[in-house]
Design a protein around this ligand. Sequence first.
Ligand SMILES: [Zn+2]
Length: 374
Amino acid sequence: MDSASGTRVLDIQDGIVRNIDTDGASYDLSVEGVVVPGLVDAHNHVGIDVGDEHAQAAEPLAVNLMRGVRNLERSLLAGVTTIRNCGERPGAEPVWIRALAEGWIRGPRLVGANEFLCRTGGHSWYSAHQVDGPDSIRRTVRENVRDGACFIKVAATGGMATSGSDVGRPEFTFAELAALVEEAHRLGVPVGAHAYGGQGADDALTAGVDVIEHGSLFSDDQFARAAQAGVAVVITGTIIPAFLASDDVPWDIKEKMAPFARVAIDAAARAKAAGVTVGVGTDGVHGDVVGELELLLEAGFSRIEALEVGTRVNAEITRGVASGQIQPGHAADLVVLEGDPTQDLAHLRRPREVMLAGNWVAVRTPAPRERGSR
Ligand SMILES: [Zn+2]
């Protein structure tokens, strides 16, 4: 982590940091405070809120889109400058990406999977693209890449938030998963597999997925396999407590989730011990990357390690434009804080300013002062 003190001048061109501490043509941040890289949320769904996901999916798509607009802004104001978006209702994500590109709405950079792929009747079937059989799966992968997906997201095991779905059960046949991964890799995009544990997690690792989402019920052997294969695991620790605290969540979902309220902390500790690359995602607790980092402290990470997870490591897992570090060649995504988060992560909860790709985009939006010859 780059923690510098004193006056710093960044040379920013076209949204990218070119040089640090150069004289002459340069860009004075014109702010005082502790500057850290913008946070990266490595697993979210901007169109979904904590609550009754099935009911939300039954609403008109326009409602879903507007919810996403609010959540994008909420994340940005919280200092999140990149979201790895892990699957949306068909048709939703391209609209936000267009609106962000046009400047109609404000929000973090979206690195998205477009649709969420599940088997017919599988986890999140009401909002996912249901697909069965290797040939149909290949076609769906191709369609998603055609429509802008940066990676493919697939449910390899059941999930918590779907009534009747078993988190320990594999969702696809191995032949289906293998076809999905092979097709995605042939087209040059990585695969993120929703996998809690059990046979579905083994199948996902054997099929060669690039990222495991959740991983909360992985065995130590499975974490060792992930570490060996260089597969990152994105822990989602705040979402289940948020569901349990919500009045909008159906009772059967709460009953299923209750025993798993803190398994993510244990999983993060065991993944770290096994040498796995650990990322974090809010999975619907929009903007609260800090909450995820605080859970990592409980799992034995230091504050600096947690901060690196929320910035550099999450950015590397996301594989979008280079970000998550204040370094030449990386996006000028910055958050200005009142205090040093390596002393207390809570400072991350009160961003003074947020810069995305060289532009002040949130909070107080001061007019930056140009300095030098340009
Ligand atoms: Zn998710």
